[in-house]
Design a protein around this ligand. Sequence first.
Ligand SMILES: [Fe+2]
Ligand SMILES: [Fe+2]
Length: 305
Amino acid sequence: MFTLAHLSDPHLPMPPARAEQLLNKRATGYYNWWRHRVHLHVPEALTGIVADIKAQKPDHIALTGDLVNVALPQEFRRAADWLETFDRPDRLTVVPGNHDAYVSVPWAEGIGLWGAYIASDGQSASSTAVFPTLRRRGPIALIGLSTAVPKLPFLATGDLGAAQIARAERLLTEAARDDLCRIVLIHHPPLLDQSRWKHLTDAAAFQTMIRRVGCEAILHGHNHRSEIARIAGPDGPVPVLGVASASAAAGSKYGRARYHLIHVERDRDGWRLEVELRALAADSRGCAPDGRLVFHSARAAAMVS
Ligand SMILES: [Fe+2]
Ligand SMILES: [Fe+2]
């Protein structure tokens, strides 16, 4: 049995910005943070989620993006410090979200500060050409994708690009050959029915690739909701699992902060994935079970409770 914890969208608290740092798309995001989002994402919720993850002692942790808000250099540094307090880079895998590319920031001053948490096995943490990433842990192949591309104001869409999709197809094919349980990490849900202001622009091309080579599960964030969808794989539907924001304030429109614990084990004809939803208590002290889903291989999910 291998246990993977999945959390997303911590949206760490915003540090103060200097006026000259806001002469771009950041201006609207910075205003929006202090006007609205500061009430939606609270540090005590994230502290409670992280404490519960640590208490559950998963074998690995996946974090699917939106660590920061408007891509200020000081936000990236703070997030790097936070990651260090969370867990070791070999035990925690990060892919970026749209807020981590809110504006264009040089790699070394931005996402690159988290390079040790992103890099593929055997790859340098300072490498800029990293995606898709591949990390093997026990029976699992974690394939990390980046959809984080700077966009015009008011757009929260993401792109994979044809080259990244093609490389992901090769990694998934090789991992299947090695009989690994393939779990894809991606910030934007790779679905076709999403808002055009925040969707993955090449979701159709991604789905076409998955239809050819398949995978055992796709984990995403971005919508700040725990949700499930399915896309077609070569052997049947592939589960697409979204997780709520790990810093959602109790009573906010996002509901309670959550994370998922995914227990992976072999079964006779493939893999059994049991997903345990865990929600933060109203007083932010500890999490409680909030539902359970079971999947067999790439076939349809059976809702257990
Ligand atoms: Fe987010
Ligand atoms: Fe997002």
